[in-house]
Design a protein around this ligand. Structure first.
Ligand code: SF4
Length: 214
């Protein structure tokens, strides 16, 4: 009997893209801790999530839109959907973030996943999205191109694999991310890394047969 994959929250993809261990701690082990960054993010989303639609000139603005993808087993809510109305409406997902633009893809992956849901739900093609960064009051346009789609689909599949196995991966090698992570006290990445390196040192001094498990 095949087991149906669990549905993945869109917001969880950002956790996966930031650190697979963070994703597993939150979505498998159900651990959560707020810090200043996450608390500010929650307040920001409550502010923008009014659910009220607006029409300005040729564009409709829908807030707090529910999203779903059967194909990717995703569900969640988007902050804002802009629809440029014409014979072929243009859909543009907009996400609000508290910080500033990042080189890494973890915010863009979430917007791309929203685009994948929209394409499936509204039988359309989404080529652009946007992120509005609260700290710097700037809107960044995102191209939903093949590279971002591939990175997003890889993140979706890897996150589903963690949900299916229930196994929490080791800490990220990027220690800078741990400094901004609200789960650092629960995760204890330093202890894990120390234990791991002592295993490695022990293995060096084992007899060859022992090291090979014979
Ligand atoms: S503390 Fe570091 S390794 Fe642990 S979940 Fe956070 S980012 Fe990942």
């Amino acid at each position: 009997m095949s087991i149906e994959p669990q549905t993945l929250m869109l917001s969880a993809l950002q956790h996966y893209a930031y650190c697979p261990r963070q994703f597993a701690l939150i979505h498998v082990e159900q651990a959560w801790a707020d810090n200043r960054f996450t608390a500010e993010g929650t307040i920001l989303h409550e502010r923008v999530d009014s659910g009220i639609a607006e029409q300005r000139k040729g564009t409709r603005y829908e807030r707090g839109v529910m999203l779903k993808s059967e194909r990717f087993k995703l569900t969640g809510k988007m902050d804002l959907l802009e629809i440029e109305q014409s014979e072929q409406p243009k859909y543009l997902p907009v996400e609000y973030k508290r910080g500033k633009p990042k080189i890494e893809d973890w915010d863009r992956v979430q917007v791309c996943a929203q685009a994948l849901c929209l394409e499936e739900m509204r039988d359309t093609s989404v080529t652009e999205g946007a992120i509005w960064y609260w700290e710097v009051r700037r809107r960044e346009t995102i191209q939903i191109d093949d590279a971002l789609r591939a990175a997003t689909i890889a993140a979706i599949e890897a996150a589903h694999a963690i949900l299916a196995t229930g196994k929490t991966p080791p800490p990220t090698d990027d220690v800078k991310r741990c400094r901004a992570c609200s789960l650092v006290d629960l995760c204890e990445p330093g202890i894990f890394r120390r234990d791991h390196s002592s295993d490695y040192v022990d293995a060096i001094f084992l007899e060859p047969e022992e090291a090979m498990g014979k």
